[in-house]
Design a protein around this ligand. Structure first.
Ligand SMILES: CNc1nc2c(CCNCC3CCCC3)c3nc(N)[nH]c(=O)c3cc2[nH]1
Ligand SMILES: [Zn+2]
Length: 375
């Protein structure tokens, strides 16, 4: 049986280590490096599937933890799976729920068999294990499933991190066991190890030996400084198979997307674009702005002169300023639309720069225009 998820390498940028590729899945293919919009509760907040397609989103993410608790993976299974439930016929990736347990719940208790914790909505006692996380993702029918892992906090001692990496490797094996009995979705292993080179190596070796169709780098974008993340990428990506997708979880801001691509990352996800959109913060080619600022009350130009999105083509800063100040839902739709399109456009510019072997130059130009400090 052919692998459900495969990576096709197109080329590597001659100026940097970035690579251009295509990921093939049962629900279609998407070009990489790719930004993946997040749809935690089976919707990319305020966006319709048609609008996501119009902005050229190749794949979206959803969440095992949230959908298990509400509406329940059984409901979604009965609906015919997540693609049918949310009317999205392109690829879907689901995270395994581990990260959400640590970031949302209290009273969690990590044991070898799994994690005991309380439902963050009503306090009920819950238990999530590698087997349970696989069963939920299988019910959702996602094209790419993530292994159940522990994402330790930053900073963590070397001793804690070592024990955690070894347990995450044992959990990864249990996920493969549970998965083998189910459908042919692609299961990605998640490399942990924090900022410790020896532990990243140990985690990568454990997981690569299990021959997953793709790999993620976890345990980053948890409050560590940017140079710690970049260094971790520099000694971790070379340990990952060149013929399989590399997914950096929870990243990120425009500069992190470019710096991650330069270090060989193919897939990114983050809640930033829709989260900051809700309070009126917009990413533009000349840096961030908050549209609620009084300066925009009579500014009848587009959010971003260089953006061709639905919002920038049809509405003014003054109008969006008014809607957000008036707490009008349409305002949040317009800011969300623009921010998502901004990151999706950025990744198309990154792919084009790789095609032209000039991603290093593009990084300089973008950082200069956006106002990021020099390297
Ligand atoms: C924001 N920073 C960050 N996120 C991380 C995430 C979550 C990635 N985003 C998932 C989507 C959000 C809701 C639907 C799916 C991580 N996930 C896992 N399993 N392991 C990590 O080490 C892990 C590490 C992460 N770091
Ligand atoms: Zn726009």
């Amino acid at each position: 049986m052919t692998a459900a998820v495969t990576y096709e390498h197109i080329k590597t940028c001659k100026q940097t280590g970035a690579r251009l590729g295509i990921v093939h899945t049962p629900h279609g293919s998407f070009e990489t490096p790719a930004f993946m919009p997040v749809g935690t509760q089976a919707t990319v907040k305020t966006m319709s599937p048609e609008e996501l397609k119009a902005m050229n989103a190749g794949i979206i993410l959803s969440n095992t933890y949230h959908l298990w608790l509400r509406p329940g993976n059984d409901v979604i299974k009965e609906a015919g799976g997540l693609h049918k439930f949310m009317n999205w016929d392109r690829p879907i990736l689901t995270d395994s729920g581990g990260f959400q347990v640590f970031s949302l719940s209290e009273f969690r208790n990590i044991k070898e068999e799994g994690v005991h914790f309380r439902n963050h909505m009503n306090g009920d006692k819950l238990f999530l294990s590698p087997e349970k996380a696989m069963q939920i993702q299988n019910d959702l029918g996602s094209d790419i499933m993530m292994a159940f892992d522990e994402c330790p906090p930053f900073p963590a001692t070397h001793e804690y991190m070592k024990a955690s990496v070894e347990r995450t490797s044992r959990w990864a094996e249990r996920c493969l066991e549970a998965h083998a009995r189910k459908a042919d979705q692609g299961l990605f292993g998640i490399i942990q190890g924090g900022e410790y080179e020896d532990l990243r190596k140990q985690s990568a070796q454990d997981l690569v030996s299990l021959d997953f169709p793709g790999y993620a780098i976890g345990g980053l974008s948890v409050g560590e400084p940017k140079d710690v993340m970049n260094r971790a990428l520099e000694f971790t990506t070379p340990l990952m198979p060149a013929n399989k997708p590399r997914y950096l979880m929870g990243v990120g801001s425009p500069d992190s997307l470019i710096d991650g691509a330069i270090r060989g990352i193919d897939m990114f996800d983050c809640v930033l674009p829709t989260r900051i959109a809700r309070n009126g913060t917009l990413m533009t080619s000349t840096g961030r702005l908050n549209i609620k600022n009084a300066a925009f009350k009579r500014d009848f130009g587009p959010i971003d002169e260089k953006c061709d999105c639905y919002t920038c083509k049809n509405y003014s800063r003054a109008y969006v300023h008014h809607l957000i100040r008036a707490d009008e839902t349409f305002g949040i739709r317009l800011t969300s639309y623009h921010n998502l399109q901004f990151l999706l456009n950025l990744m198309e510019q990154v792919r084009q720069a790789i095609r032209e072997d000039r991603l290093g130059d593009f990084r300089e130009e973008f950082f200069e225009a956006y106002g990021f400090n020099k390297p």
